[in-house]
Write a protein that binds this ligand. Structure first.
Ligand SMILES: CC(C)(COP(=O)(O)OP(=O)(O)OC[C@H]1O[C@@H](n2cnc3c(N)ncnc32)[C@H](O)[C@@H]1O)[C@@H](O)C(=O)NCCC(=O)NCCS
Ligand SMILES: Nc1ncnc2c1ncn2[C@@H]1O[C@H](COP(=O)(O)OP(=O)(O)OP(=O)(O)O)[C@@H](O)[C@H]1O
Length: 205
């Protein structure tokens, strides 16, 4: 079974994914795949350097993530360009990882931790998945987490949130919603219940 786990930045997706992994899911992390496809020597990194200039490449030849982030989170056109370069490669590599996990364990629950399953127009790839789970947290909660836990300033936190689809677009495509506004324990209890229902659907123990 292939499950998409989506949610806005700092909603708690990775926390939910980590619990699902503990329970037995195979997790594929889109953010991690997105790092792999821009490693030195990849065609995607070469295109990024071409389009965004040498300022986004660090001295050791790796992507300067802070420099590129400073450009794309405040500029829709630049972000679309970056997405057009990276997303096909992320999709292709992710599908390889799903296939490998399912070949190794046909009954596996493969969870794709992916922030950008839909865009602001509600367009996306939800139909590639057996289930879509959205992790939902209010904007103010997410801003607070980005400021307190990740050291962003408030304006930067809001820019990153605004660079993603609105909450309503994610909720519209979700089969199941995890409310991550409460305590960590409350979130994890919902994940345990979700896991039981996913195992029930799959039919395998
Ligand atoms: C812009 C980059 C260099 C910033 O790197 P940085 O290390 O600061 O952030 P990181 O990659 O860990 O992402 C953190 C969060 O930012 C959000 N985010 C990342 N890229 C985007 C994007 N293109 N649009 C909207 N939100 C994004 C996601 O919620 C993600 O979980 C990097 O995010 C990137 O290369 N993004 C393009 C690839 C992409 O879309 N990744 C998201 C998963 S497919
Ligand atoms: N109720 C809660 N549910 C989930 N996370 C919580 C909760 N309360 C606090 N947190 C904290 O909020 C943070 C959420 O970060 P996490 O990396 O899980 O989010 P994310 O949605 O994966 O973000 P990103 O899109 O940036 O990868 C974690 O540090 C987590 O411990």
């Amino acid at each position: 079974m292939l499950v998409a786990l989506t949610g806005g930045i700092a909603s708690g997706k990775s926390t939910v994914a980590a619990r699902l992994a503990q329970l037995g899911a195979v997790v594929v992390d889109a953010d991690r795949v997105a790092r792999e496809v821009v490693e030195p020597g990849t065609p995607a990194l070469a295109r990024i350097a071409e389009e965004f200039g040498p300022g986004v490449i660090a001295d050791d030849g790796t992507l300067d993530r802070a420099a590129l982030g400073a450009i794309i989170f405040g500029d829709d056109e630049a972000r679309r360009l970056l997405n057009a370069i990276t997303h096909p490669a992320v999709g292709e590599r992710s599908r390889e990882l799903f296939a490998a996990a399912l070949a190794e364990e046909p009954d596996a629950v493969v969870v794709y931790d992916v922030p950008l399953l839909v865009n602001e127009r509600g367009e996306g790839r939800a139909d590639e998945f057996d289930r879509v789970v959205a992790v939902s947290a209010d904007e103010e909660t997410r801003v607070r987490r980005l400021v307190e836990l990740r050291g962003l300033d408030e304006a930067e936190a809001r820019r990153r949130i605004a660079a993603q689809a609105p909450e309503a677009a994610r909720l519209a495509i979700a089969d199941h919603v995890v409310d991550a506004n409460g305590t960590l324990e409350e979130t994890l209890a919902q994940v345990d219940a979700l896991w039981s229902s996913l195992r029930g659907v799959g039919g395998a123990a």
